[in-house]
Ligand binder design. Structure first.
Ligand code: PLP
Length: 371
């Protein structure tokens, strides 16, 4: 008999290099429930029309969803002036980001992204055996020159989150176009626009225009953020037919649920909810930014944000850890990301007005200022 000392299944070595994604917390260390300002969810909840559609979809649990998400793609195309054939839906945009890496990169290839960008890119690269490569950022924003400088013969996919998570930074259209123009035609540029709807409407089409004009640009969007449907896991991507074809070959055949498709359809039709969410976010984000700026003498500062959260740096006596604890004590979960090289910062999702009041009061008190 042959000796088989290693008789258990052996994972691929690149899989063991993955640090599993850490979701935002919703409980304190003692188990108390906290208001979740740690996952960039919509504090206004979900459009009532989408909730109604979810309720109706409950009766359809025995049927498989439309595998092509035909109605949803049609409505997305109509809203954004896109071609439905150039759209694919996913189980959250997360699925599509992973498929983009898997479809175009593998062992021996490189997947490039900025330092301090979305944690999923590193996972997506490693999942398919490719090597993740981080380019330096500048003041927490993507640095086009650094990204272009990090391109090698092995680069196959470049991820750009715009606006970026966890920093909230955004690079303007001309910078995105300069990045694209500097990449070889055989490199796929994935522009992750999970927070695009928070931008000024005039700035929201940069990715779409590039994806419509070039064979190597994929833009991803999601229903998880401004549309308030994170629980339903619905995202989508647009790009050239050749790109969409690849994603369709490798996606789950029934990757968007019946309820997810129904809710997303209804949510698209309620653009009033989207507008109110954008407005609420802009108002409360500037109020939080001003409050942080007023604590500048205590070493606090906020990175300029175009998203639904603020990255707050703590460079004085008050540490990020102390603020994390004080906020948890006050009932709030925010995001500390030391593993992402952000030991001295907290990412705070913009919440309801009353929650922002209490977050600001907690930080002021911690700094020894009157609330
Ligand atoms: C939240 C987020 C997503 C969305 O993920 P879903 O899978 O669609 O929920 C994608 N990219 C970035 C940068 C995000 O922050």
């Amino acid at each position: 008999m042959t000796m088989r000392p290693n008789s258990s299944p052996r994972p691929k070595p690149w899989i063991l290099g993955i640090h599993a994604y850490k979701p935002g917390k919703s409980t304190a260390s003692d188990g108390r429930a906290l208001v979740k300002l740690s996952a960039n969810e919509n504090p206004l909840g979900t459009s009532p029309a989408a909730l109604e559609a979810l309720e109706q979809a409950r009766g359809e649990a025995a049927t498989y969803p439309d595998p092509g998400a035909t109605a949803l793609r049609g409505r997305i195309a109509a809203l954004h002036g896109l071609d439905a054939k150039r759209i694919v839906c996913g189980t959250g945009s997360d699925e599509l980001l992973n498929l983009a890496a898997q479809g175009f990169a593998g062992p021996g290839d490189e997947v490039l992204f900025s330092r301090h960008s979305f944690a999923v890119y590193d996972i997506a690269a490693r999942r398919c055996g490719a090597t993740p490569v981080e380019a330096a950022d500048t003041e927490f924003a993507a640095d086009v020159d650094a990204l272009l400088g990090a391109v090698t013969d092995k680069t196959r996919v470049v991820f750009l989150a715009n606006p970026n998570n966890p920093t909230g930074t955004w690079i303007p259209a001309e910078e995105v176009r300069r990045l694209h123009a500097g990449l070889r035609d055989d490199i796929l540029l994935v522009i992750d626009e999970a927070y695009a709807e928070y931008l000024d409407p005039a700035e929201q089409r940069t990715g779409f225009d590039l994806a419509a004009a070039h064979e190597n640009v994929l833009v991803t969007r999601t229903f998880s953020k401004i549309y308030g449907l994170a629980a339903e896991r619905v995202g989508w991507a647009t790009g050239a037919p050749g790109l969409i074809d690849v994603l369709n070959r490798i996606r789950g055949p029934f990757n968007v649920t019946v309820s997810g498709q129904a809710a997303a359809l209804a949510a698209l039709d309620d653009q009033g909810f989207v507008a109110r969410s954008r407005e609420h976010n802009a108002t409360e984000r500037s109020r939080l930014a001003e409050a942080i700026s007023a604590l500048g003498n205590h070493g606090l500062s906020a990175v300029p944000s175009e998203a639904n959260f603020l990255l707050v740096e703590f460079k004085g006596d008050v540490t990020a850890e102390a603020a994390l604890d004080a906020l948890a004590e006050g009932g709030y979960a925010v995001r500390h990301l030391p593993e992402a090289g952000l030991r001295h910062a907290l990412r705070i999702t913009i919440g309801k007005s009353e929650d922002m009041d209490r977050v600001i009061a907690t930080l002021r008190k911690l700094c020894g200022e009157s609330a």
